[in-house]
Design a protein around this ligand. Structure first.
Ligand code: ADP
Ligand code: MG
Length: 476
């Protein structure tokens, strides 16, 4: 039987406010346990929440950016459950009246086609603390630094059909969140977390199958692996005549498998009710428009502009706008060198290759945009060939001298002096009489071989166009 996969994601991002959603404690990552937990975060009796408006501004910013419905009135609810890292005994979240309602996200998939994925809602809620199991023999440690950190939970419709699509969607979401600067969205640090709901159904079936929910997957790669594992597992169960139990599962990256965590609580178990200590949030058009006015140029608009303004291919433009910082870097290189095509190649291939290989963020790039612009300028004005430029680039990573200094120091300057080129060309013709004759006999393509020999002889420094011209003249 042929199966179709159905996936819906629930993505939590920690909003990058200074303080918590309902208290003044800092939300900075990496502090000593329990140094960022106020009496409210500890749930001491008599303490009351004070709503952080900055979180609202960031949530609305997200909603406006994706063109979603924004609720003029949203309401916080209590979701009751017991857990050691939740001292209040409930999480404050938004159930029936989320701040951001229905929206859409256009995602370019692997095959280059664009698909529109529905966004069900995005609501604000507070994060829980952390239970620490390592380092405590027979006990658990509780760190409440994270308790009360503002989260935006973004829920997608079950519109995704493959693990790769889910990753493409998540990456698009990540890029939008980073463009908006509403969260660090670092999966490895937990400031962006993803739960994947997965089911399968026979191809052609219109009803959805029973789903499982895989919790807390902490990298793009694991999202793909966890979903693929889960799809295989469900297929195995169904093909053996079994049925899928709706449950929460955990992805174990070491074993590359999912395991049951707990059977899914029915929503009713949480005894949701409106939070009596907080008023509904009421906003007006003026508020929404003021936020809209702060939106930066978003990735899709930037991509369209890059294609139009710099004549880039759809693919190149897509790579360059994937991060706001890379796009900005590219624009510096393009404008300072005056060659957008070359700039695009160098940024998307050489620079991004270097950053990937050394696992560096572009903000830590050993080669600044201005220096790369100078390198591109030197290719453009024929001081060096594209090939030699690769050598210069490698040197630039370790040597902070200017591009011109490196070229001079290493003697890499392109030979454009016609006397010198003539010497090289003569030598090539003498050394390759057979090919020279073939060319004279009309075998055009042999010229490529001869130019190659000249380039080799000059250690890549001869200007290929000049070599080509002179060779043709001499052999004519
Ligand atoms: P809950 O509130 O119990 O988490 P929801 O109905 O709100 O359940 O769905 C949560 C997520 O599960 C959404 O992202 C949704 O797209 C996804 N989802 C719902 N049904 C299915 C299904 N049959 N297969 C895969 N994903 C699903
Ligand atoms: Mg859920």
């Amino acid at each position: 039987m042929e199966w179709e996969t159905v996936i819906g994601l629930e993505v939590h991002v920690q909003l990058s406010t200074k303080s918590k959603l309902f208290s003044g404690s800092s939300i900075k990552f990496g502090a000593e346990p329990n140094t960022q937990a106020s009496i409210f975060d500890l749930a001491l009796p008599g303490t009351l929440p004070v709503f952080n408006k900055e979180a609202l501004a960031k949530a609305v910013k997200f909603g406006v950016a994706i063109g979603a419905e924004i609720s003029k009135r949203s309401v916080f609810d209590r979701k009751n459950y017991f857990y050691p890292d939740l001292p209040k005994g409930y999480q404050v979240t938004q159930l029936d009246y989320p701040t951001v309602g229905k929206g859409e996200l256009a995602v370019t998939m692997d095959d280059g086609n664009e698909r529109v994925i529905g966004i069900t809602r995005a609501h604000m809620e507070e994060d829980a603390g952390k239970s620490l199991h390592e380092d405590y023999q027979g006990m658990s440690g509780i760190d409440l630094n994270r308790a009360g950190t503002p989260l935006l939970e973004i829920v997608s419709e079950p519109d995704l059909r493959t693990a790769r699509e889910a990753v493409a969607f998540l990456k698009k979401l990540h890029s939008i969140i980073r463009y908006l600067d509403i969260s660090d969205a670092i999966m490895a640090e937990g400031s962006m977390r993803c739960d994947a709901n997965v089911s399968i159904r026979p191809v052609g079936e219109t009803e959805y199958g029973t789903r499982t929910e895989i919790k807390n997957i902490n990298s793009f790669r694991f999202v793909e692996k966890a979903i693929n594992y889960e799809v295989q597992r469900q297929q195995g169960v169904l093909e053996d005549g079994g049925r899928i139990v709706q449950e929460t599962r955990l992805y174990d990256a070491d074993k590359d498998e999912t395991r049951p965590m707990r059977s899914k609580e029915v929503a009713n178990d949480y005894r949701y009710f409106p939070e009596p200590d907080l008023l509904p949030i009421v906003i007006d058009d003026e508020y929404i428009e003021a936020i809209r006015a702060q939106l930066p140029e978003m990735p899709d608009a930037k991509k369209a502009r890059f294609i139009e303004e710099y004549s880039l291919s759809d693919y190149d433009a897509g790579v360059l706008v994937s991060s706001r910082e890379i796009a900005e870097y590219f624009e510096v290189v393009a404008s300072q060198s005056g060659d957008a095509k070359l700039a695009a190649n160098w940024v998307s291939q050489d620079l991004m290759g270097l950053l990937n290989k050394s696992n560096l963020d572009i903000s830590k790039s050993p080669v600044q945009a201005e220096r790369l612009a100078m390198l591109v300028t030197r290719i453009k004005d024929n001081t060096i060939s594209g090939k030699i430029a690769k050598t210069v680039f490698e040197t630039m990573v370790e040597d902070s001298s200017s591009v011109d200094e490196i070229i001079a120091k290493k003697g890499l300057k392109q030979v454009t002096d016609s006397g010198e080129i003539e010497k090289i060309v003569d030598e090539v013709i003498t050394n390759n009489p057979e090919q020279a004759q073939q060319y004279r006999d009309g075998k055009e393509q042999v010229i490529g071989f001869l130019v190659g020999q000249a380039m080799k002889l000059s250690k890549g420094k001869a200007n290929p166009a000049a070599v080509n011209e002179l060779l043709r003249k001499k052999l004519a």
